[in-house]
Ligand binder design. Sequence first.
Ligand SMILES: NC(=O)c1ccc[n+]([C@@H]2O[C@H](COP(=O)([O-])OP(=O)(O)OC[C@H]3O[C@@H](n4cnc5c(N)ncnc54)[C@H](OP(=O)(O)O)[C@@H]3O)[C@@H](O)[C@H]2O)c1
Length: 239
Amino acid sequence: MTLTRLVPGPGQTWNADDPGLVSALADLYALPPHPGGSIRINMIASLNGSAVGGDGTSETLSNRMDRAILKVIRSLADVVVVGAGTVRKEGYLAPKDSTLAVVTASGDLTGHRLHHAARPPVILCPESATARVAEQLAGIDHRPIALRSSDLDSHEIVDALRQAGLPNMVCEGGPTLAAAFLAAGVVDELCLTTAPQLHAPGTPLLPRLDRTVETDLRQLLVDGSGMLYARWGIGSGES
Ligand SMILES: NC(=O)c1ccc[n+]([C@@H]2O[C@H](COP(=O)([O-])OP(=O)(O)OC[C@H]3O[C@@H](n4cnc5c(N)ncnc54)[C@H](OP(=O)(O)O)[C@@H]3O)[C@@H](O)[C@H]2O)c1
């Protein structure tokens, strides 16, 4: 498997087995300079914008190179942020080397695998859901953060994570949380993998995005299977 940088040119190609690939990826995905911390979204979609593959999760859209890139993006962040829907659907495994933060209004973390977290996960939820979270995570070391807003205000979530000493964030979805972050204008960059697959309409990538967001292409990579890896800068433009 190869990985080729198409944008910015001139092109350059790496081999998946190249021992220098991880450090090359760390350079390719260096954090955009941002005072106070940066917020990235890292997600994957099919060619027709499905956020899930045939099994109803994003796992089957991904491949080895995508997972290598995901790992590097995680390593550059202080915290990986996901919505509770992703935890419930995917039984999300906490990253080995970064802190996981989960955002939930209901406190329903059914199917979680947070026993295996290397660092205490952060759970952000309204005051009304803290008891349910405590019950579901009984015996698991975690850091609950009670939000003032019952409607999960994105600015409050970001401020709370900064105050917790986690300024550089990567949001790995799912679609509801990522759309809320984009709509609120808190995102600096979208790292989007496009899988060369078409799927019956299921879960769209950003179903609840309620405004136009301007983007600019910062980087485009392609691997030997046709998977595309883009870094999109997010502007503040609106229409
Ligand atoms: N393609 C990808 O990159 C990718 C990534 C992740 C997930 N997925 C897929 O996406 C699907 C799950 O989608 P999803 O949209 O349910 O995922 P999600 O965004 O992870 O979860 C949504 C849930 O998170 C909470 N939440 C977080 N922010 C919220 C907000 N601003 N407003 C309302 N609720 C908010 C709510 O939890 P409560 O219900 O607990 O209140 C809500 O039900 C799964 O099939 C998963 O496999 C794909």
